[in-house]
Ligand binder design. Sequence first.
Ligand SMILES: Nc1ncnc2c1ncn2[C@@H]1O[C@H](COP(=O)(O)OP(=O)(O)OP(=O)(O)O)[C@@H](O)[C@H]1O
Ligand SMILES: N[C@@H](CCO)C(=O)O
Length: 319
Amino acid sequence: MAVFTPLSDAQVATFLEKFDVGRFVSLKGVAAGTENSTFFVTTDRRELVLTLFEQGEHAELPFFVELLDYLDEHRLPVPGTVHDRDGVALHSLADKPALLFPRLPGRHPQAPNLAQCRALGDTLGRLHKVSQHFPGHRPNPRDLHWLQAMHHKVLTYLSADDQTLMKDEVDDFESAFAKHDELPQGALHGDLFRDNTLFEGDTLGGIIDFYNGCTGDLLFDLAIVINDWASNEDGTLNGERYTAILSAYQSRRRLTADERTLWPTMLRMTALRYWLSRLLVVYVDPPAHDLTPHDPDRFRTILKARMAHGALPLPEASS
Ligand SMILES: Nc1ncnc2c1ncn2[C@@H]1O[C@H](COP(=O)(O)OP(=O)(O)OP(=O)(O)O)[C@@H](O)[C@H]1O
Ligand SMILES: N[C@@H](CCO)C(=O)O
């Protein structure tokens, strides 16, 4: 379930009058999603998505609007926000911050094929190329500093072996990153899992859910993608998907020497980032709503596989 605040047809019809989007026809709550209330809205002119923000830092919403609009202006397949007749995107509805988006086409891929992996790698490479010039600023809220500060909170729930594993890994990341200058920076999606993409066949119709968006190491975003898109059931890397994503990505943006050196560490660090965030949801800060949390062990398995086997060699750019 992902409608925490129900809306009536009349409320939405009145809300839409601020915008030049046509007349209200119908409203449907969207079942997917865990954080916000999402609705599909049909008017006599178009299909829209209405999001009510239920939690998180509302002060950061203007950053997300700027980022989405910037990427949309640069022709990335993201839902740029719909602005009202006065040019305002961010509104309030049912006492919650509200944004209206175009509804993008497609479905989330469960088992992405290689053409879909290439499309994702190519689009992420393009996104990172333009996002290096994005003027906004929001420090990555899930970076190494966060890992250092937060991992203490879950240690008590872990076996002695897992406690050692987590502490040693965080120390290792710290010394690996300390040896290098700052990596290439830009705006990141920050959570680019398969269920935040929409595909029509092999065409990437949209990247959604930018609410982990921030600015920081571009390599962080790429490592999140590889761990979710190119991991086998046992956590090991799927070589074909790995190569398809990374060669398409590098045809848009070649990794620097420092990024190549830190790549195996970044894969481990982003695996631990999700192991930890999922453990925090299960043990420390469970959601108020009755939702099944994501499985933390999935990312422990991925972390252990990266520790055992490292990364596969980085492919060259595809032509
Ligand atoms: N612009 C869009 N076009 C088409 N579908 C969309 C769009 N935005 C959201 N959706 C649909 O609504 C669902 C929930 O949206 P979203 O992922 O933003 O919610 P959320 O509550 O932030 O979820 P979570 O953080 O758990 O992924 C998506 O899985 C997708 O199916
Ligand atoms: N993609 C996240 C959930 C949304 O932030 C996870 O899989 O844990």
